[in-house]
Design a protein around this ligand. Structure first.
Ligand code: TK8
Length: 335
């Protein structure tokens, strides 16, 4: 019996290797949920992903992207992936800390100094270490894309010192570390899904929000915000998450196509994100936003004040996760 099984497996294997390369590729439809709008650099990344998939599958796969939280916000969409009712989402890590607390490590304020550090950590061992935690939650991280360094906008006053934040109603992502960071700085922080932010700013339910320049631009926050303060207080990665229940129905060859193409998309997405960042900033100025940088001294005061956030959240993130991140950063910085 056993022998018969092995023989037939061997025969099947021989057959499959003898067949053309695309034998293991079926017709597939992949829906990708996004909170941002199509003109965000994620749109360029998705185009590159599509082109790659199209070539690799000889047109057998259909990729449909949905924008502006039309399939649900980051967290909703991610839950749909976990139950296998949606294939993919490109989401910030921050709203997912309730699913995997280790993701909170990226929310620690002033963690990365620049994009090169973020790329090296995310595409290196540390990024793999975190990605490997996702299958347990019924998720597969295909690649790390870029949301980017976050800056504060508001409709009250230029934020030039910590004191300017006092009592300001700031929308934060659904994430305890961001909540704590802004409360520690004296703001009145309100967690909210991204899709609700524009209206909340427009109606004056909140005064402020924080996001990278390209998002402030492509989500038209400049229409309802007057001041932009270049705080770069955190770097948020995007994950290109795939549904594990769906992933399990894909052949190995198909799984490889997903990862390879998500990485090609990542390269294009990051390139455009960086290219567009300055253009977005210029556009925000042109649209009438008043932009200010923070003095070295104020930056230092803010850093000092939020240092305690690290202490308070290390336990929940996982001490070994925080330590691994810090070691990886130190090693990189000492090189
Ligand atoms: C878009 C979000 C957004 C994030 C936020 O889906 O919620 O502020 O920065 O860009 O992931």
């Amino acid at each position: 019996m056993r022998k018969a099984l092995l023989t037939s497996m061997a025969a099947a294997f021989a057959l499959s290797t003898a067949m053309p390369a695309l034998a293991q590729v079926e017709e597939r439809t992949i829906r990708i949920s996004n909170g941002v709008n199509e003109d965000h650099p994620v749109g360029d990344g998705v185009d590159a992903f599509k082109a790659c998939v199209d070539e690799a599958t000889d047109g057998a796969w259909t990729v449909n992207a949905f924008w502006g939280s039309s399939l649900g916000d980051d967290l909703d969409a991610t839950q749909q992936l976990r139950s296998g009712t949606l294939e993919a989402v490109i989401t910030s890590t921050s709203p997912l800390v309730g699913i995997e607390p280790a993701l909170g490590v990226f929310d620690l304020p002033f963690l990365f100094a620049n994009e090169e550090e973020a790329d090296a950590i995310l595409d290196g061992e540390f990024g793999d270490y975190v990605s490997d935690m996702m299958p347990e939650h019924n998720l597969v991280n295909l690649a790390w894309w870029e949301n980017g360094f976050r800056n504060l906008t508001n409709s009250v006053r230029p934020v030039e010192s910590v004191e300017d934040l006092n009592g300001m109603r700031v929308r934060v992502m659904q994430n305890n570390i961001f909540l704590d960071t802004f409360e520690t700085l004296g703001a009145n922080a309100t967690p909210m899904a991204f899709g609700e932010v524009f209206t909340a700013l427009e109606t004056g339910a909140i005064d402020a929000q924080e996001n990278p320049f390209v998002t402030i631009d492509t989500s038209q926050f400049y229409e309802v915000q007057d001041y932009l303060s270049v705080t770069r207080h955190a770097y948020t990665p995007f994950m290109f998450l795939f549904s594990k229940p769906v992933w399990d129905t894909y052949s190995e060859e198909e799984q490889n196509i997903l990862v390879t193409c998500a990485e090609q998309g990542r390269d294009e997405q990051r390139r455009v994100s960086r290219e567009l960042s300055d253009q977005s900033l210029a556009k925000l100025r042109e649209s009438g936003m008043q932009v200010n940088e923070l003095s070295e001294e104020e930056q230092e005061r803010i850093r000092e004040q939020v240092a305690e956030v690290y202490e308070r959240h290390a336990e929940n993130i996982g001490p070994e996760v925080v330590e691994r991140m810090q070691t990886a950063l130190e090693e990189m910085r000492n090189q």
